[in-house]
Design a protein around this ligand. Structure first.
Ligand SMILES: [Zn+2]
Length: 506
């Protein structure tokens, strides 16, 4: 019997098919048109911010089927990254990722050195709580990002070119798999070739080919732009002979104390600083190339569209801006302000920029919150950044904190507008009005006692909440407590050689 509804249903089906074909064509056409790389310094603008911010549940729904890759480029200072406003084209790949993700503009490391900073990232604990100084291991009870993600069902793998951010130095032993210095050497490479991203990318590529079927968390730590500056000549010399867009030399804030140290160093001329900055920027471009290659490998493996990609650094690098060169012993912005970019698959947040204060210790709770992985709240000192990404909160931190190495060390407590540096057990202090003096060159502690007092009080509250409270920096009768006993790392000759080559044992 003839079905009278059949022709109408057929017509309806044809119409739906036609709509789908046209829609598919439009999507493909849109996808195929690659966005041009952003021009230096104007990587992406505030106008690009999506009007509809995602809800936390939208973000978590994306993560439910996603992998996560945390990519660290070692010693990358934020103010030299294109999408952070640098006037040079140092980071076209990172800028492009930021253009379709979220960039945190005021993001800070808690310690300007690899091992301590990576420990902050892995544990969401400040240095005076995780206490992974020198040859100390993390306490066995310390909960880590990899543990949290493994509990959420992700396979965990670490790739690291820096021994300090690897099981060699007691970090990342809890990952299901780890590829670091010994594996790079097995592949027939030696220093400094093992610090070229090509070496690590080979390991990533092999692993992606044979990876398990489950979702994964990959930690990928590239050595550049950390010195030695080993980029291929074309990249290393990319900015050679040019005038760096922004550079200044100034003295140590605590001149009388530093005079002795400075006497041993040859002062830099502006010309020499220019050479070094050009070299550094060339190597930052090398690091950016590595990030682009990592993206390519993920795409080729069919994993990019289902991966949350986080690009950040462990600390910055100083070139004499406050009398200090390198990292480790000084915690001004050049050594602690670092990039943080979170690119979520599928959700287009179109170059969202977040100007709230954020820190390395916030990365772990953010990722675990996103992946709905439970974690022990009392052991975690950072804050989830999801409320910033959804627009539910404008700020999650009133202050950020950093500590530099050295005996005695120095501490920095920083808000958007003020920065207090505590030096020599707190006896020497400098306060900077960052609104008036964004380079932090004028110590105004004498003329702004109220602000200084407020910052000292905030530091005291911070210090009290640490396992080994550094209260001697604010209370003259306080003593630094004995650090709890932990297992130590055995430092062998090979590890010593690596450190020497990186300039740490000079
Ligand atoms: Zn580092």
């Amino acid at each position: 019997m003839l079905d009278p509804g059949k022709p109408a249903r057929l017509l309806g089906s044809l119409l739906i098919l036609a709509v789908l074909v046209v829609a598919g064509y439009l999507v493909l056409r849109h996808r195929g048109r690659a966005a041009p790389p952003p021009a230096a310094g104007e990587a992406y603008g505030r106008a690009a911010v999506s009007a509809d911010l995602p809800a936390a549940d939208d973000l978590r729904a994306v993560a439910r089927e996603a992998n996560v890759v945390v990519c660290v480029i070692d010693a990358a200072r934020a103010d030299h990254v294109g999408c952070y406003g640098y006037a040079r084209d140092t980071t076209p790949n990172i800028d492009r990722l930021a253009g379709s993700g979220t960039a945190f503009e005021q993001h800070f490391s808690q310690y300007p050195e690899t091992k301590m900073s990576t420990a902050c990232l892995f544990t969401s604990q400040y240095p005076d709580t995780h206490l992974a100084y020198g040859d100390r291991r993390l306490a066995e009870s310390t909960f880590t990002l990899a543990q949290g993600l493994r509990a959420a069902g992700l396979h965990t793998v670490l790739f690291s070119q820096n021994g300090y951010a690897s099981p060699m130095w007691g970090l990342g032993e809890e990952f299901d798999e780890a590829y670091y210095e010994p594996h790079l050497k097995e592949a027939g490479r030696d220093l400094p070739d093992i610090w070229r991203p090509e070496a690590l990318l080979e390991q990533v590529e092999c692993w992606l080919e044979k990876r398990p079927r489950s979702r994964f968390f990959a930690y990928v730590h590239f050595m550049p732009p950390h010195d030695p500056y080993i980029a291929p000549p074309g990249t290393r010399r990319y900015f050679a002979g040019q005038q760096p867009p922004e550079a200044w030399l100034s003295d140590y804030a605590f001149d009388e104390v530093e005079r002795e140290r400075r006497a041993k160093e040859r002062p830099w001329s502006e010309q020499h600083q220019g050479w070094m900055l050009n070299l550094y920027d060339g190597n930052l471009r090398y690091a950016d190339w590595a990030v682009g290659e990592l993206e390519r490998l993920l795409r080729e493996a069919g994993a990019f569209e289902s991966t949350v990609l986080i690009v950040t650094s462990d600390h910055g690098e100083a070139f004499g801006e406050h009398g200090y060169r390198g990292h480790t012993f000084s915690a001004y912005d050049e050594t602690i302000r670092i990039p943080l970019i979170i690119k979520l698959p599928r959700l287009n947040v179109a170059g969202r920029r977040i100007s709230a204060l954020t820190q390395s210790v916030d990365v772990m709770p953010t990722v675990l919150d996103l992946f709905e992985a439970p974690y022990p709240r009392d052991g975690v000192q950072g804050r989830s950044l999801l409320p910033l990404m959804t627009g539910e909160a404008g700020e999650v931190n009133d202050y950020v904190f950093a500590r530099a190495a050295g005996q005695p060390p120095s501490y920095v407590i920083r808000s958007h507008d003020w920065m207090l540096v505590l030096y020599r057990g707190g006896q020497l202090r400098a306060l900077y009005d960052l609104k008036e003096d964004p380079r932090a060159l004028q110590n105004v502690i004498e003329s702004r006692p109220e602000e200084a007092g407020r910052m000292v009080e905030a530091f005291r509250a911070f210090a009290r909440s640490q396992t080994a409270p550094p209260l001697q920096f604010v209370d003259s009768d306080a003593r630094r407590p004995q650090l709890p006993e932990v297992n130590k790392i055995e430092v062998n000759e090979e590890m010593r050689r690596s450190l020497e080559a990186l300039g740490y044992l000079r």
